[in-house]
Design a binder for this molecule. Sequence first.
Ligand SMILES: NC(=O)c1ccc[n+]([C@@H]2O[C@H](COP(=O)([O-])OP(=O)(O)OC[C@H]3O[C@@H](n4cnc5c(N)ncnc54)[C@H](OP(=O)(O)O)[C@@H]3O)[C@@H](O)[C@H]2O)c1
Length: 156
Amino acid sequence: MISLIWAMSEKWLIGKENKIPWHVKEDLLYYKEKTKGQTVLMGENTYDSLKGYYKTKPLPYGKIFVASLSDRLFDDAIKVSDVVSFLANNKEDLFVVGGASIYKLSLPYADKLYISIIKGDYDGDTYFPSFALDDYLLVSSNETEKVKYLVYERNK
Ligand SMILES: NC(=O)c1ccc[n+]([C@@H]2O[C@H](COP(=O)([O-])OP(=O)(O)OC[C@H]3O[C@@H](n4cnc5c(N)ncnc54)[C@H](OP(=O)(O)O)[C@@H]3O)[C@@H](O)[C@H]2O)c1
């Protein structure tokens, strides 16, 4: 099962200068609860962004795959140099945790989407790629003052 998880503004913004444009603690807790100890796939920019947040602390996932086209080596992650064939051949439960370019490549393989809509207007430079939600069925929806939590599953 391949799941994508992300937080975006009502205008589909997801990033600013390789960081998250907002600080909404309840959504961070939701994200951590879903992804803690899980096998994840992320792009190199997102990896660097998370390292900036966690500094010397280990990232709170299980196995970490990092998509990168560079020669760089990662001491705590397995490098994936061809995301599309990696996803096409994937057999394990996997969370794709961003960013924009890796979400775009992963969408055709996504079985489940965890979307947090962060209310309010924010500035930034990176948007979630546009896609059709028609292939998915809304299976859960919860709303707080700050966030709308939506879960979709692909129509079989
Ligand atoms: N709001 C959220 O939920 C959320 C979650 C995660 C990240 N973000 C935000 O998203 C932004 C980062 O997104 P991004 O699109 O810039 O970067 P990214 O998706 O994190 O990383 C892109 C990396 O993937 C590599 N890549 C591209 N195509 C590939 C392929 N086919 N196989 C293997 N590797 C491939 C790229 O290599 P090249 O550089 O060589 O092209 C690049 O290094 C940041 O602002 C971050 O804060 C937001």
